[in-house]
Design a protein. Structure first.
Length: 320
């Protein structure tokens, strides 16, 4: 996921390969979903061993994520101020900080202003901060309660309140139009991925998932994946009633969630089948570098943000 996110931010040369290659599903969704799954798996174990320390460790983790975001904000602000006006054909992505330095830095520190690439970590920190109470509910077996509340919140803030654009509408009502940015990811919408992943992680820890995929469900999921892939890459014609809003990324539209669920079940099926194969040693070693990146995901993601901003002059002057 991290490799795909990094390459996808470098320009059209890699974007065509990394932007939603499997259907209506981007690396960002995968990153949030996988983060939730790992969080649920790890913190369910902590909840069982030492419930008192679980919340403390989660708060500490959220603080570390926030500090990483703050360090990136300072870097982006300094980069923007130092390079402002250098050239006519390129500029920093964080133009609000260039126009209103003090206000931009203050609102960025408060996680209200989120320039490009500085919108995932604030959301991640918020999820981790509120997650301990939700992990306790999941460990207690109230999975459907958690998922129902999560689904309700997703529906309200993606479909009902201001047509899913409540953050932008609120900012504009305060006189904060473009280049002020609230970030691509609405935490109250994207929480459904993180906490669905957390529920999956808790069930994995409790060993309460089915031991093997059901053949009928696996076939349905695979057919759905093929259809979504064809629609995404225009290999098949969309039906007359097709509405692109059904697969909107920012609001995580309902059909996009169906695509994600089908991909998850398909991946699980393929993983189950892969375990039946006696792979050679070299094949088993292939995932290890990516696993290492995953264990250091916060540092890797932060480094990728710095790299993308530093290469803005190349990206805008000589697009890859």
């Amino acid at each position: 996921m991290l490799v795909g996110i990094t390459l996808g931010h470098f320009g059209p040369t890699f974007e065509w390969l990394m932007w939603q290659p499997l259907g209506f599903f981007s690396n960002a969704e995968g990153f949030v979903l996988l983060s939730g799954t790992v969080f649920g798996l790890v913190y369910a174990r902590l909840e069982q061993r030492d419930p008192a320390s679980m919340a403390i460790k989660a708060r500490h983790r959220a603080w570390v994520i926030y500090l990483s975001h703050f360090a990136l904000l300072i870097f982006v602000a300094l980069y923007t101020w130092l390079t402002n006006g250098w050239a006519d054909d390129w500029h920093s992505h964080a133009q609000f900080i260039a126009q209103a330095p003090a206000l931009g830095l203050i609102l960025g520190t408060l996680l209200i202003y989120q320039p490009p690439l500085l919108d995932i970590l604030p959301m991640y920190a918020l999820f981790v901060l509120v997650a301990p109470g939700i992990i306790r509910q999941l460990v207690a077996g109230r999975v459907w309660l958690v998922l129902s509340v999560s689904l309700l919140v997703w529906w309200l803030f993606s479909q009902v309140i201001a047509g899913g654009h409540w953050r932008t509408a609120l900012a504009e009502s305060m006189g904060l139009g473009f280049p002020f940015q609230v970030g691509e990811f609405d935490p109250l919408v994207w929480q459904i991925l993180f906490f669905a992943g957390a529920a999956l992680g808790v069930r994995m820890f409790q060993q309460r998932l089915p031991r093997q995929p059901q053949i009928v469900l696996a076939l349905i999921a695979m057919v759905a994946v093929v259809l979504f892939f064809g629609l995404r890459h225009e290999l098949i014609d969309a039906p007359a009633f097709w509405n692109p809003a059904w697969v909107d990324r920012h609001e995580l539209a309902w059909l996009r969630l169906v695509n994600i669920a089908a991909l998850i079940y398909t991946f699980w099926t393929l993983l189950y089948l892969a375990r039946k194969v006696n792979w050679p040693a070299w094949a088993l070693a292939l995932p290890k570098p990516f696993a290492c990146l995953g264990r250091h995901s916060l540092a890797v993601f932060s480094a990728h943000v710095v790299l993308i901003y530093l290469t803005i002059p190349i990206q805008m002057t000589y697009p890859l």
